[in-house]
Design a binder for this molecule. Structure first.
Ligand SMILES: NC(=O)c1ccc[n+]([C@@H]2O[C@H](COP(=O)([O-])OP(=O)(O)OC[C@H]3O[C@@H](n4cnc5c(N)ncnc54)[C@H](OP(=O)(O)O)[C@@H]3O)[C@@H](O)[C@H]2O)c1
Length: 237
């Protein structure tokens, strides 16, 4: 059976690797991003369908959802560090930063998952990409990713009786993305790698393979979980 797969935020980085993994499996893959030229280029290179959609815009998300009668796999990758415009006061700056991070990392996945969940087919899966920042980073980005985990756990209880799983993948440091927007220094990267047990950075393919597994028959009893993929930089027990 050819699976229908939607991956948000897939013009580059982690989302693009997830898209490539499902395309390689023969799936019918749709990718999104906010910039038309990047969406068009990535879709062409991947052999996917590209749709321009800002995951924080409810009308755009509704229009995206209306393209699907049925969906087997949803992977919410859209997100990143918020960059709000400078504000006049310190408190307004705090508010702008929190709104940007909650919008980009929590509400983006809430809107997309809510719009698509009616068409998620039995045997299907919803995945959202969280972050080790939920455990480690005290600010608005970490709080947004932590809330994403909480919301996805509740979503799992809602979708489970329909035979649909819902999980968050929480990556540690992943190289070869634009996440750090050029701000990663050699020293910072070395420190992040030193925190891992396997002494390497994660790759977008590490996350792509985890998403692919969560969408496989072997993962049907894994739901309501946060799956940490970080080389041991954060451990669970
Ligand atoms: N890289 C890491 O070390 C790391 C670690 C933990 C978690 N993460 C998480 O992994 C996810 C993917 O990030 P990445 O590292 O692959 O970063 P990236 O290379 O910057 O890719 C982000 C992708 O998301 C798209 N995007 C961002 N906001 C969007 C929106 N509102 N609507 C639609 N598309 C949007 C971007 O395209 P446009 O900007 O053109 O829209 C791009 O395709 C994010 O949720 C991030 O928080 C990353």
């Amino acid at each position: 059976m050819t699976r229908t797969v939607l991956i948000t935020g897939a013009t580059r980085g982690i989302g693009r690797a997830v898209a490539a993994r499902f395309v390689a499996d023969g799936a019918r893959v749709t990718i999104t991003g906010r910039r038309a030229e990047l969406v068009e280029g990535a879709a062409k290179e991947l052999g996917a369908t590209g749709v321009v959609c800002d995951a924080t815009d409810p009308r755009a998300v509704q229009a995206l959802a209306e393209r699907f009668d049925t969906l087997d796999v949803l992977v919410n990758c859209a997100g990143g560090l918020g960059n709000p415009e400078p504000a006049a006061t310190e408190l307004e700056s705090v508010l702008a930063q929190w709104r940007a991070d909650l919008n980009g990392n929590l509400l983006s996945a809430v809107l997309t998952t809510t719009a698509l969940k009616p068409v998620l087919a039995p045997g299907g899966t919803a995945v959202a990409v969280g972050s080790i920042g939920a455990e480690r980073r005290g600010g608005s980005y970490g709080a947004a990713k932590a809330a994403l985990g909480a919301w996805y756990a509740a979503l799992s209880a809602e979708l489970g009786p329909r035979g649909v799983t819902a999980n968050v993948i929480s990556p540690g440091y992943i190289a070869d993305t634009d996440f750090f927007q050029g701000a990663m220094t050699d020293a910072r990267e070395a420190a992040l790698i030193a925190e891992t047990h396997d002494k390497r950075a994660g790759t977008p393919d590490d996350i792509a393979e985890t998403a692919f597994f969560l969408a496989s028959v072997g993962a049907r009893h894994i739901t309501g979980q946060t799956i940490h993929v970080n080389g041991g930089a954060f451990t669970t027990r």
